[in-house]
Design a protein around this ligand. Structure first.
Ligand code: FE2
Length: 444
C-alpha cells in the first residue's frame, strides 16, 4: 500500500477494506468440518467501518465488532455491531472548547479485550467503551472515575498476577502515563513517564519484572491534526529509544537508544539472563512519504541489557508480517510459539496472505496458506484447556474469500498449523479487513 494519485479511492475504502452497511444477526451458521467441543465462547474482532461510508484514513473509521459464538460443536450466532460511541451516536467533537481532548469521544475501533469481567472496546485516543458479550454498547468506562488519560488498545494482562498494565499517550503533557489495574479491575496506580515529545505510541510490553515503552520517531503534527487526518509523521530528528520501568518499585524509567524505526506491535517480551528480550514487528520507517503509506515490517528481537546500557537488535525472519500474537498465558514470560499475518513477496493485502507460526527455539516457521484470493486477518490462539501445552489448541481468524466476496471464520489446529482447517464457518456478512480481536470464553 502506498500513497495514491489524487482522485483515486484510497485503499482503505476499496475491496475488502470497504465498510459494510448493515448490522446483522444470524443463528446456526453453516459450517464445514467440526467445531471442537472445547471451544465455548465468542470470538470477537474489532475494526474500522465508517458509518458515513468514508473516512480520511484507515485508522479513522467508527469501530465495528464482528462476533461468532461457538458452543456444543455449533456456530450459534454471528453478529456485527457498531460500537455506539458518542462519536457514532452524536458526532460529538473530539476536542473540548478549550482545545483539550474529550476522552469520552472516540472511535473505539482497534481492539476488544476482557478483564475482570468487563469487555472493553479500545482505541488509543480515548477512554474504553464497555460492551456486552452480545456486542451491545454499555457506555464509556473510566475505571470508576480514576482513569484521566486515553487507554492504549494494547493493554497487557499479567498471567502471574492478573493485573492489567496499560498506558495512555497524549499530544499535550504529560505525553505518556503508565497505569496498572489489579486483578479485580480497580485502577490502583497511574504515573506520568517523561518523554521528550508527543509520539504515536501504539503498543508496549511487560515482563515478570519490567514494563517496556517504545518512544519512536512518529511524532505529532499539528498541521495534520488541523486538517482532520492522522496527526502523525516520521521525524528524522526525534531519535528512537526504549524505556525500561521496573514493576512496582517506583524507580525512574531507564531509556536506551535504538536505531530509528517504528513498531506498531510487540509479539511478546520476557526476561533472560539479566536481559529483557522484546520481539517486535519492526518497520525501517513509517509515514515519511505520507500517512497512507504502509511499508513491510519484519520480526526483530531487541535484547535490552541494563548492565551494559545498550540494546542489541537482530532480524529474526525476512518475511513481511504484521498482527503478531502469542498464547496470552505466556504474556511477559518466555514463549515458544508466535503467530502473525504473513504477506508473501509480491502480494498485496487484498489477494495473497497467509498465517505464519514461529517456533522461537529453532527459528522454524509453519505457514498456513488459505489459498489464492483468500486473505486471513489476525490469528488468535485459544488453548484447548487451562493447563494445555503452549500450542495445544486452536488459532481462529476471519478469512476473506475474494472470489465469493464473502468471509468465513476459520479454525486451525495450532499444533498441525499447516494442515487443513478443523472448521470453516460461513458468515452472512463480509468482514472488512480490520485490526484485533479476542476469544472470550464462556466462564468470563
Ligand atoms: Fe494494534
Amino acid at each position: 500500500m502506498s500513497d495514491e494519485p489524487p482522485g483515486a479511492l484510497p485503499f482503505h475504502l476499496r475491496g475488502n477494506f470497504a465498510p459494510v452497511k448493515e448490522e446483522v444477526t444470524a443463528a446456526d451458521l453453516p459450517l464445514r468440518g467440526s467445531v471442537p467441543a472445547g471451544l465455548r465462547g465468542r470470538y470477537i474482532r474489532n475494526g474500522p467501518n465508517p458509518k458515513s461510508g468514508s473516512s480520511p484514513h484507515w485508522f479513522m473509521g467508527d469501530g465495528m465488532l464482528h462476533g461468532v459464538e461457538l458452543g456444543n460443536g455449533k456456530a450459534r450466532w454471528y453478529r456485527n455491531r457498531y460500537v455506539r460511541t458518542r462519536k457514532f451516536l452524536e458526532d460529538a467533537p473530539g476536542l473540548k472548547p478549550d482545545g483539550t481532548r474529550d476522552l469520552t469521544v472516540g472511535l473505539a475501533n482497534t481492539h476488544i479485550v476482557a478483564h475482570a469481567g468487563r469487555l472493553l472496546a479500545l482505541v488509543e485516543s480515548s477512554l474504553p467503551t464497555e460492551m456486552t458479550p452480545q456486542l451491545e454498547t454499555t457506555g464509556c468506562f473510566d475505571f470508576e472515575g480514576r482513569l484521566a488519560t486515553p487507554m492504549t488498545a494494547h493493554p497487557k494482562a499479567c498471567p502471574l498476577t492478573g493485573e492489567l498494565h496499560f498506558f495512555g499517550y497524549s499530544f499535550a503533557p504529560p505525553y505518556l502515563t503508565y497505569h496498572r489495574a489489579n486483578a479485580a479491575g480497580r485502577l490502583q496506580h497511574s504515573e506520568a513517564v517523561e518523554v521528550p515529545g508527543p509520539t504515536m505510541m501504539h503498543d508496549f510490553a511487560i515482563t515478570e519484572r519490567h514494563v517496556v515503552f517504545m518512544d519512536l520517531p512518529v511524532v505529532f503534527d499539528l498541521e495534520l491534526a488541523l486538517a482532520g487526518s492522522m496527526p502523525y509523521r516520521w521525524s528524522d530528528e526525534y531519535g528512537a529509544r526504549v524505556g525500561l520501568m521496573r514493576r512496582g518499585d517506583g524507580a525512574p524509567v531507564r531509556w536506551f537508544d535504538v536505531a530509528p524505526c517504528y513498531v506498531f506491535h510487540v509479539l511478546n517480551a520476557f526476561e533472560e539472563a539479566g536481559q529483557v528480550i522484546v520481539d517486535v514487528v519492526r518497520y525501517d520507517e513509517l509515514w515519511r512519504p505520507g500517512i497512507s503509506s504502509f511499508p513491510r515490517a519484519r520480526l526483530h528481537r531487541w535484547r535490552i541489557d541494563p548492565a551494559a546500557g545498550k540494546v542489541g537488535e537482530e532480524r529474526m525472519d525476512d518475511r513481511a508480517i504484521e498482527f503478531p500474537r502469542c498464547d496470552e498465558r505466556r504474556t511477559g514470560l518466555r514463549h515458544r510459539y508466535g503467530y502473525a499475518v504473513y504477506t508473501e513477496d509480491g502480494a498485496d493485502t487484498n489477494s495473497g496472505t497467509a498465517l505464519i507460526k514461529y517456533e522461537s527455539r529453532s527459528g522454524a516457521a509453519a505457514v498456513h496458506d488459505f489459498g489464492s484470493g483468500r486473505v486471513p486477518g489476525e490469528g488468535v490462539f485459544v488453548p484447548s484447556a487451562a493447563g494445555a501445552g503452549e500450542d495445544e489448541g486452536w488459532v481462529l481468524t476471519y478469512v476473506f474469500d475474494a472470489a465469493r466476496g464473502a468471509s468465513e471464520l476459520v479454525i486451525l489446529d495450532a499444533a498441525g498449523f499447516a494442515g487443513p482447517p478443523i472448521a470453516t464457518i460461513e458468515l452472512p456478512v463480509r468482514v472488512p479487513f480490520g485490526f484485533h480481536g479476542s476469544w472470550i470464553p464462556d466462564h468470563t
